[in-house]
Design a protein around this ligand. Structure first.
Ligand SMILES: Nc1ncnc2c1ncn2[C@@H]1O[C@H](COP(=O)(O)OP(=O)(O)O)[C@@H](O)[C@H]1O
Ligand SMILES: O=C(O)C1=C[C@@H](OP(=O)(O)O)[C@@H](O)[C@H](O)C1
Ligand SMILES: [Mg+2]
Length: 154
């Protein structure tokens, strides 16, 4: 989910595992030379989903070992989760609804969070949970060092 801490955890895992990290949203922004918000505004969501799916595949095919922090929607469109499960270890980073609502306050820049944040978070969680639950690892504790150990031993 947006706000669950994927980018934040990714940066910690990068240090713990000494493995390069790629943030999918950042790569898309660099390739498109505009922000995710601008892409949504100027091109619409479907365009973004295609760019996201394409970038996920480009990175996966061009890198040997890499941590990818995806966007919250990446697993849910264009068979994203199935693709990631087939090519690597997937981690669903669980976060409580109340934590997400607090982090994704109206000042947040995320384009899917316009309007009533509480309602949007609940809607997105309901829609997406069945997909997220198919990840290979679900992380409900908030300790990235433990996750790093789990991944090293897997
Ligand atoms: N475990 C955590 N404890 C406290 N704050 C966190 C934690 N994980 C993320 N945050 C904060 O929550 C916000 C959203 O995190 P981010 O990593 O951007 O989420 P995502 O990439 O999943 O949307 C950021 O301001 C980040 O600093
Ligand atoms: O949940 C989503 O559909 C999205 C989450 C965002 O990434 P984060 O999950 O890193 O906020 C970003 O990819 C885009 O705004 C769409
Ligand atoms: Mg992120």
């Amino acid at each position: 989910m947006p706000g669950s801490g994927k980018s934040h955890f990714g940066r910690i895992l990068e240090e713990e595992l000494i493995c390069p990290l790629i943030d999918l949203d950042k790569e898309i922004e660099e390739a498109e030379e505009r922000t995710i918000s601008d892409i949504f505004e100027q091109e619409g969501e479907e365009y973004f989903r295609q760019a996201e799916a394409r970038m996920l595949r480009i990175i996966t095919e061009s890198q040997e070992e890499v941590i990818i922090s995806t966007g919250g929607g990446t697993p849910c469109y264009h068979d994203g989760l199935e693709y990631m499960n087939a090519h690597g270890t997937t981690v669903y980073l669980e976060a409580e609804e109340s934590v997400l609502i607090k982090r994704l306050a109206p000042k947040d820049h995320r384009p899917l969070m316009v309007g009533d944040t509480e309602k949007r978070v609940k809607e997105l969680l309901n829609q997406r949970l069945p997909v997220y639950q198919k990840a290979k690892i679900t992380l409900s504790h908030r300790d990235p060092k433990r996750l790093a150990q789990e991944l090293e031993n897997s």
